[in-house]
Design a protein around this ligand. Sequence first.
Ligand code: FAD
Length: 328
Amino acid sequence: MSKNREIWVVAEQRQGELKRITLELLGRALSLAEEKGSQVGVLLMGKSNDNLCRELAQKGADRIYSIEGDVLELYNPELYSRVVAGLAKEFEPGAILLGATVQGSAVSSSVAATLRTGLTAHCCDLSFSEEGRLRQVVPSLEGYYVFVSHSYPEMASVSPGVFPLLPLEEAGKGEVVNRELSSIEGCLEIKTSVLSFEKSVKDAVSLEDAEIIVAGGAGVGSAGWSMVEDLAEALGGVVGATRPAVDEGWIGHERLIGQSGKNVSPKLFVAVGVSGDPLHLSGVREPELFFAINKNEKAAIFQFADYGVVGDYRKVLPLLIEAAVNSR
Ligand SMILES: Cc1cc2nc3c(=O)[nH]c(=O)nc-3n(C[C@H](O)[C@H](O)[C@H](O)COP(=O)(O)OP(=O)(O)OC[C@H]3O[C@@H](n4cnc5c(N)ncnc54)[C@H](O)[C@@H]3O)c2cc1C
């Protein structure tokens, strides 16, 4: 087995187009590889990859590991994870970089567990330490944490927009390494099939542009979202959410606010059943008015709110909705 210490980027594509995050990661991977004297491999999964292989080679990738198949056309978390883990076992890259996206977050954690290696999620910078370890920087509310891994491959996910799109060289020398899906460990025993991809219907006003946001948290539970939506509508705003609400599937991922979601800067921010965790509030940029509803008077959210109601949202929201509707 070849001891190949390449830096890998796991590409994301949809309908034959590379996602911007892939090119952002490729740019950083190329500069890291130059620093280390190593090479960059891009792992590409899709239905037919010829065009994207060419594009990635032109953009400087030294090697493109291309795995094609009808079942790879749409992102399938189970299958994609098996492919990445299987190829990593075969080729032994030194580092694997993925987007801290819906796809990258699911695949990276599954692959790290399979390979029994470390993973740093949501990095905001990557460089090499003096010992040649990948220095993985993660933001916190007060500053930054710096991690290094003691196992290989070193794995990191990076949010979209962190690294600039570098003016990538038109190198065009990248070698394409094709692998049959059937030759990759575990890829024939997949239990999940993806039937279709359906685009979510976007609000007329995006979260980032909204002046009024009503954000629901875990405290809203599965049943209360219509009330959160009613309040947002009555106020002329849009709905946001914390990670647990998104993870539970109560609301779409595009509604997530915080370190791994969107940054918002509304005039009015209403938090319903939200505890006030720094990883959520780091995405809420100085609202002019911050209003919180939480049944726990000691909840941290009250330290940030201008006004707060201690109480069960099921009793408080109907009153607020009525007041908002009547004041129109
Ligand atoms: C790497 C990483 C990235 C993360 N990124 C994000 C991110 O981008 N965004 C994000 O939001 N989180 C993120 N998280 C998760 C974050 O750390 C918190 O776990 C999360 O924000 C907590 O969400 P919550 O306030 O909804 O839930 P909880 O902390 O469970 O709080 C629920 C609150 O609801 C209140 N409540 C319960 N019932 C009622 C009721 N009937 N009426 C009124 N109040 C009620 C409770 O008192 C409690 O305060 C991340 C975590 C990690 C590890």
